[in-house]
Design a protein around this ligand. Sequence first.
Ligand code: ADP
Length: 483
Amino acid sequence: MPRLKVLFVASECVPFAKTGGLADVVGALPRALADHGHDVRVVLPRYRAARRHPADKLDAMVGVPLGGGTAWSAVWTAHMGTSSARAYLLEHDRLFDRDGIYDDAHGEFGDNLSRFTFLSRGAIELCRMLDFRPDVIHVHDWQASLVPLYLDTIEAGSPIADAATVLTLHNMGYQGGFDPAGLSQTGLGWDDYARDLERGGRINLLRAGIRRSTVVSTVSPRYASEIQTPEGGEGLDAEVRARGGDVIGILNGIDDAAWDPETDRHLPAHFSANDPSRKEECKAALQRELGLPERPRVPLLGVVSRFAHQKGIDIIAGTLERLLVRDVQLVVLGAGESWAEEVFRRLSRTSDCVRAHIGMNEPLAHRIEAGSDLFLMPSRYEPCGLNQLYSQRYGTLPIVRAVGGLDDTVENGATGFKFTELSSDGLLAAIDWALGTYRNAPAQFRAMQIRAMRKPMGWGHASRQYEALYRLAMGKRRAQRRR
Ligand code: ADP
């Protein structure tokens, strides 16, 4: 098979910028594809935080059309891990030299439409500058959703428009909604707005991506069907349904280089399915690190999560009073809604069985995955979810709500515990089942842990599925362009 030229356009990519799972996927999938011999490049903004990472500055600059003028951008490039995949970081200080990726303590940035228009148009201009003619442009979420629309409008006559586009939906809850007064930033016209962008009287970037990309994918098969319903479609279900067979679900993998308890550099001791004994040391070290009593036999429950409605953080909060009398320990890492930050901060001070760390902390996330016995994820909806994959890999059995990717990736009673009812009672019943297994059937609990750890979850399989999707999209795009 001839190798493919693939351009990823995304707002996050590990290690340069991360707020959630999108960054993990965009950091890992390109490397897996490059390891299969493809020419893979990733474009993202050079946020202030991304400057910490070594990169080389290209000699030439890219001129990005923005709001009737040109935003000049320096371009920095870096290898992605040990693979041949390359990241390109577009630098424009007015838009990106600030703390935060989408928002700060005052809320969402008011110029996000300009910032991500810059990303989408900048990606296209970068291809021209590098003389890179991608077979496929793989765009992620609303932040890159203008690319497919540009190829069909402003760029329709240029060679880059031959590229097939794949839009991956990582979370339909975020759509890029803006006041139509900002349309001039994009260079698009009111006819484009009316046809592809308008939703409820506002610009909706994701809508354009769903309508215009050659194929649409999402990060689990179950979420692919959920988003076609009014309950799961967040107002765009009709658009998704209209794409019919063009919408497919591919489960995320996990990055073996970063998330393997046998080699994880953030852990105090290493273990595996073949030799799980030192997991206990990780638990003891976590208890010490967070100032919890060092009690090997008390079940330790972990949470690593954005504190957001989607994640059911309120559902966890609703169990606390009843949970904490069950002789358990709870460690929580996260940030987000301030009421939740306050609840966990306060409990952390007042309870001797809860410790919370508010903020982003990658090393601690690894140590919680490794040191806990059980992991809580009572999401309202979950496109794929990575933490339940990490926890299975680390022998920490996830307790999850049976939705989206959580349902697709956890085997009930075999590699984790599922519940359906969206309530604290529902979660607590599943926790009780898990605690009962831990305390009364330790051999069964251990067998479940081993089974979870043995599950193949790397990017090998998923990256082959994306390759097949790219080829399908290329065929469709060729047919479209011939018409
Ligand atoms: P989402 O992208 O919806 O937030 P995922 O489960 O797909 O949820 O991915 C979340 C990713 O972000 C995981 O890699 C998780 O470990 C990480 N993460 C979330 N919150 C924190 C935090 N406070 N500190 C460190 N990592 C975090």
